[in-house]
Design a protein around this ligand. Structure first.
Ligand code: BES
Ligand code: ZN
Length: 443
């Protein structure tokens, strides 16, 4: 195994699951490992405490007159359940079929290590970097980055930069270099419907009082029209329409046709807002999703119960120029207005993040495209993303810098799911990409 892969494997062995407090020690150990890795590369690296998981910052010696580039990544990972569906241990990385299999292999440790090792290689070859570099690595991305905005505010001066680079998004296919210039925003909430003061016998009381689980089904179905459009009043008001050039360009891209979406998802059919392709629906249109729903008996066989409450977990993916706080107000009004009779509704807003869009042909965008071309030997394609990295718009708001999204994930990388994987080729290309990127950004 190459020393680069050895490094990645060590990084992947930490079960740095940020949402699970039982793993807080593993998250910290992973951050400490990073500090020692970066220190070993002759960077000044520091671990910063936050209310939850540490932030790691590292830098070379900055020289006046050079560009300052901030590279961001996250070293926390998603939970691994259901573990029984993994072919191999999620925290014992292995290589099979040219891919690295482990939790975090793609999201985000593999891509993040490509940043680190690209820098290390440049340092080894040239003794110094062509730019002033700042590495900023957090351990809370998968839980909505609760500490990072305030960290940025407190360290605003030290983190001042000309441009930011992140590899935490996707590519349209194997070895097809991709520059993403947009991310969706997000607004999450929990909805609770309460009926009787406790669970009831459904024979004795069913028919006389409202059933919260049935009411939840009605309430959730009020979110969409039968054709898939979101029915919340004013939901689409601030949506920036898709540009004609985007519609044209995306229609010609490989790997993201409706047929590809069917194949990748294994769904029996596609469904979404009328008038848009799957790529357009996921990259440029907002949606309402039910992430979880429940209430009442979930065990074997049947139990004739009328549950006292029911819940749903909702999230809304947003596009420019929607505002998450404004959307959450509209969601709450909608849920209160449509709450069926005989139950009470409570909406608990959760984390949120703004959408992001930038110009892929800006000065730095063109530098990123050149680096992609050099490292992959092919012309890059330009896309937006359906996923969210809320901190990207916060970077713009607080640090005043735009972000180059140079992702290396594939549609079948199974991020957030069992059997997450990352092609070894993308890991190696990612290292070359980062070397080329520093050169291009220095020009
Ligand atoms: N790396 C993903 C986001 C992503 C994946 C963007 C693929 C584009 C393509 C990131 O780690 C993630 O999962 N983000 C969460 C954000 C949420 C927790 C605020 C998401 O999108 O659900
Ligand atoms: Zn993720």
């Amino acid at each position: 195994m190459t020393p680069e892969l050895e490094n990645l494997f060590s990084f992947l062995r930490f079960p740095s699951i940020s949402t699970d407090s039982n793993h807080a020690g593993d998250v910290r150990a992973c951050a400490e490992w990073l500090v020692s890795k970066l220190t070993g590369m002759s960077l000044a690296a520091e671990l910063h405490e936050t209310p939850k998981h540490p932030v790691v910052v590292a830098r070379n010696i900055h020289v006046a007159g050079r560009r300052t580039v901030l590279i961001y990544g996250h070293y926390d990972v998603q939970p691994v359940d259901p573990v029984s569906l993994w072919t191999s241990d999620p925290f014992q990385p292995v290589i099979r079929e040219g891919k690295i299999w482990a939790r975090g292999s793609t999201d985000n440790k593999g891509q993040m290590m490509a940043h680190v090792l690209g820098v290390e290689k440049t340092l080894r070859e040239n003794r110094e970097l062509p730019v002033n570099l700042i590495f900023l690595f957090e351990g809370e991305e998968e839980i909505g980055s609760p500490s990072l905005a305030s960290f940025l505010l407190h360290h605003c001066d030290e983190l001042k930069c000309d441009v930011i680079a992140i590899s935490d998004t996707g590519m349209v296919g194997l070895n097809m270099p991709t520059l993403s210039y947009g991310l969706r925003g997000i607004a999450c909430c929990d909805v609770i419907l309460r009926g009787p003061k406790g669970d009831l016998h459904s024979g004795i009381f069913g028919g006389a009082v409202a059933n919260p689980a049935a009411a939840m089904a009605r309430l959730v179905s009020s979110l969409h029209a039968l054709d898939g459009r979101v029915m919340i009043e004013g939901f689409y008001d601030q949506v920036r329409p898709l540009e004609a050039w985007e519609h044209e360009m995306w229609a010609t891209l490989p790997g993201v046709t409706d047929a590809d979406f069917l194949q990748y998802t294994g769904s029996p059919g596609l469904f979404g807002e009328p008038g848009y392709s799957s790529a357009e629906r996921t990259w440029a249109r907002p949606t309402a999703e039910v992430n979880g729903i429940g209430g009442g008996y979930q065990g074997e066989g049947s139990k004739t119960v009328l549950p006292a409450e029911a819940f749903a977990k909702l999230s809304f993916r947003l596009v420019p120029d929607q505002n998450p706080k404004d959307i959450m107000e509209k969601v709450i009004s909608h849920l209160e207005w449509h709450c069926p009779p005989g139950v009470e509704v409570e909406v608990r807003p959760g984390h949120d993040g703004k959408p992001y869009a930038t110009d892929p042909n800006s000065k730095f965008g063109l530098a990123a495209q050149a680096a992609l071309r050099t490292s992959f030997g092919a012309d890059p394609v330009l896309i937006r993303e359906g996923g969210s990295i809320p901190i990207v718009q916060t970077f713009r708001d607080i640090l005043g810098a735009d972000t180059l999204l140079l992702g290396l994930a594939l549609a079948d990388s199974q991020i957030h799911a069992p059997n997450e994987n990352f092609p070894v080729e993308h890991f190696e290309a990612g290292i070359r990409l980062n070397q080329a990127l520093l050169k291009e950004l220095a020009k």
